[in-house]
Design a protein around this ligand. Sequence first.
Ligand code: SF4
Ligand code: SF4
Length: 491
Amino acid sequence: MSDEHKSVSAWVASESSAQLQGVLEDAWRVSGALDLRGWMLLDGRPCERIELWRDGALAARALRVERADLAQAFPEYEHAERGGFALTDAASGGRDAPVTLRAVSHTGAVVERTLVEREGGASASRPCDLGPQEIEFKPRTPSAAGGCDSEPGALYGVSIDTTSVCNLRCTICALERDYDLKAHMPLALFARLEDAFKQLRHISFSLNAEPLLNRELEAMVALAKQRSNGRITTSLATNAMLLDAARLHALSEAGLDALEISIDGVKRDSYLAVRLGANFERLVENIARAAELERGGGRAPHVSLRWVMSTSNLGELPDLLEFAAHVGVRHLVVNGLEPYTAEQSELTHFTRLGESELRAQFEALEDRAMQLGLRLDLPLLRPEPYTTCELIEHACVIRVDGTVAPCSPLSYSRAFYFEGREERHPLIGFGSIAERPLLELWNSPDYVEFRRKALHGPLHAACKTCLKRSGVICPLKHWNWLAAGAPQPRR
Ligand code: SF4
Ligand code: SF4
């Protein structure tokens, strides 16, 4: 049976990874070519993409597919028309290899399930006789938003401004102009998260500025790892100007799990046109060093490149894929531009480009990424209408002075442009960890009520013009650590 071509259908309406696991874990052992068709929903919504990985390499990928027949079958389900997928992997090599189905929801929740596993290296296989299945259908519930086991209302992730200053002056950034605090967070203030270490699953050590400017950064990473016995995953986003060999190794030794490096141009001039004050040669050198460390397979953070896409640099994205493959980075995340000026609002991908034109460009990028074996996360083609926000259900941000806010847009007051008109993100804070423990602030009545309204409506006025919630910032950027497919902490 192992070399036969398998054609498999699965109908999966999944509210959680546990439910999905129930469908797949006992399903198949297949080593021939594989046709996989189905209907998969996560978090009550159609998946943004479904990928089939064989032996660690991306074999096939489907973006969300429209299925009018499913919409008829499940009229009570508002997204049923868009959950279908069809994947074919012909390149089996005739051997038993792990096959993983990876589904990503619009909120960035990721679910991975291995369909075929090696058994002690033997090519054991058994008939694949799974017919079409209909899995119990559940209406969407807010607590399912994370895509993995989670307690309603629990805090699992924080992003922290370990500093509020930067060594660059990027044209796309409001930090220098509008963030009124200029400081580094002291280790002693970070250590006041003590009560939350036992509950948190992820800490990002960056939010609005350049974290490597804080000389106590490594001590903070190490403290989070130590206090959680290695369980908390850790990441940071950086412009990499200070990511020399000593810093890279120090962060790695401290236990950093993921490095997100900003790059908005792969040519010297285009990069420097955005990243004012940066050094392109140093960037390339520092990316290559981090990628090499990761490839070495030892203690090293996972490296991804972050690209803020505008109509100015969209045409350079194919070069980014080649660059990443060349330097050995396997993961790219593309975000849309959040415009802070009227001029920038003319440069966003969703105002200037037709949807079909953009879709064609995205699909060409997806195809090339697949050929190169890269993971590519893209923003939505258009801002998506929304009436609720799940992004803050299990997460918050902490400013450099310890103030706790729901999300980055609400972490400091600044002007921005939404549908061509000027709006303003206010600061919405719920107290400071300098005064009260984080979990106490998280469970304070005002904050609980804010989150309840975010999940069930009506949204706060400040939320009704949020490009982050509408998917302009790649939805996969946020809170992947909640999902079963998120990187595991390194020990
Ligand atoms: S590197 Fe980041 S924080 Fe610094 S100016 Fe540029 S966008 Fe802003
Ligand atoms: S809608 Fe936007 S501004 Fe409002 S809570 Fe969600 S992420 Fe924050």
